[in-house]
Write a protein that binds this ligand. Sequence first.
Ligand SMILES: [Mg+2]
Length: 427
Amino acid sequence: MPMDHPDTSPSDLAPAARGTAIRSAEVLVTSPDRNFVTLRITTEDGVVGLGDATLNGRELSVASYLSDHVVPLLLGRDAHRIEDTWQFLYRSAYWRRGPVTMAAIAAVDVALWDIKARIAGLPLYQLLGGASRTGIMAYGHASGRDLPELFDSIRHHQEQGFRSIRVQTSVPGIDAVYGVAAQPSSSGRYDYEPAQRAPLPAEEDWDTRAYLRHIPTVFEAVRNEFGPEVPLLHDGHHRMTPIQAARLGKDLEPYDLFWLEDCTPAENQEALRLVRQHTTTPLAIGEVFNTVWDYQTLVREQLIDYVRSAVTHTGGISALRKILDFAAQYQIKSGIHGPTDISPVGMAAALHLDLAIHNFGIQEYMQHGAKTNAVFQQSFTFEDGYLHPGSEVGLGVTYDDDAAARYPYAQAYLPFNRLKDGTVHDW
Ligand SMILES: [Mg+2]
C-alpha cells in the first residue's frame, strides 16, 4: 500500500530519549477579564510548556481545531522538534493559512519553545540569540471623549512610565469610536475591551469624512500641550480607502507620528502603494495577518515601516521570527501586537522575541486586569517605559488551574460598524 505521508507519523519520529516525548496536550479555556484559549503541553519527564491560542471573538474555533485535530497528532512526538512539528502541522493539513489554523500552530510552537527553554534551564530569549537590548520600549493607549479627558489619559500614562503613547479620541457626530474607553477606569488602567459578552455583536456607527476632519485637530492640540518629543501613534483600524488614508497621512505629517496603523484593510497589499506615494508618515500594519505571504508585497516594495503581527496569530515564534528577518533586510522593524486579547502567554512570547531580534521597533502594551493576572502568573517587568521578560526559565509564565476554573467561557463578540445609511463598514 502506498504511503502518502511516509515521514509524519509519531512512530517515525520517536524521540531518542523518551523523556522529551509529548505525554499530554490540554486545551484550556478560561474567561477571567475576557476569554483566553491556552494550550498546555507536558512531556514524559513532566516538563510543561504553554502556548496562547486566543482568537478574539472566535475563541472556540481554535479550541476545537486544537482538541479535535492537533492534540491527537502531538502525542508521542519529540517536544524538541519544533521546526519539524511546525512544518508537519502546516503542510499535512493541506488547507493552509487563515487565523484559526495559524493560531493553533502558534500555540503548539510557543509551548514547544517554552519546553525547550525550560529543559535548557534558560529564559527563552537566550535560545533566540540572547538579548540585543536592555529593555523593550512599550507604548500605551491613551484615549478620551474630548481633549481634557484625552490630556488626562496621556498624563496618567506618562506618570506610569510610558514614553510612547497611542492617541485615540471620540469624533463629533459618531456615537462609539474604536479605541476610546467608555469611562476613565477606577483602577487607573486603560480599560477598553471591545469584545462584549453578549449573544450578538454590538453595532457601532462610522463616518470617515467626520473622522478625517477631526483627527488632525486632535494631534495639533496634543503636540501643543505635550511638546515635540513624545512619540505619538494612531490606529486607523482598517476604515479608510487608499486615497483617504493618503490624505490622513499627509494631514498628520506636521505632528510627526511614530506611526499610522492599519490605515486601510490591508489584505489588498497594493493599496499601500497609493498611500506611500503621498505621505512620509510611517506606516504600521499586520495585526490581522497570518503568514509571511501577507507581507510579501508590503516588505519587498518597502510600503510599510513596522510589522504589527502577534506571535499568537502568525504561527508562533518560529514563523514571526522569519517574517521579521525578512523585514529586516528592508529596514522594516517590529511593532508586535499586544492588546488584552493576547494572553499573558502570548505577550511573554512577544517579549522574548522583542529582546532578541535586531530590528526591534516598539511593543504594544495593554495591561491585563487583576483576574487575568491571577490565572497567568508572570515574570515580566515594566519599569520607566521599558518591558523585560525577566530571568525565569522558559516563557516565565505559569497557569493556575484553580483560578482559571472560577471563570468559565462566556460568548463574546467584537463590534461591527454601519454607516449612516445602514451599510456595513469595516470595524
Ligand atoms: Mg491595531
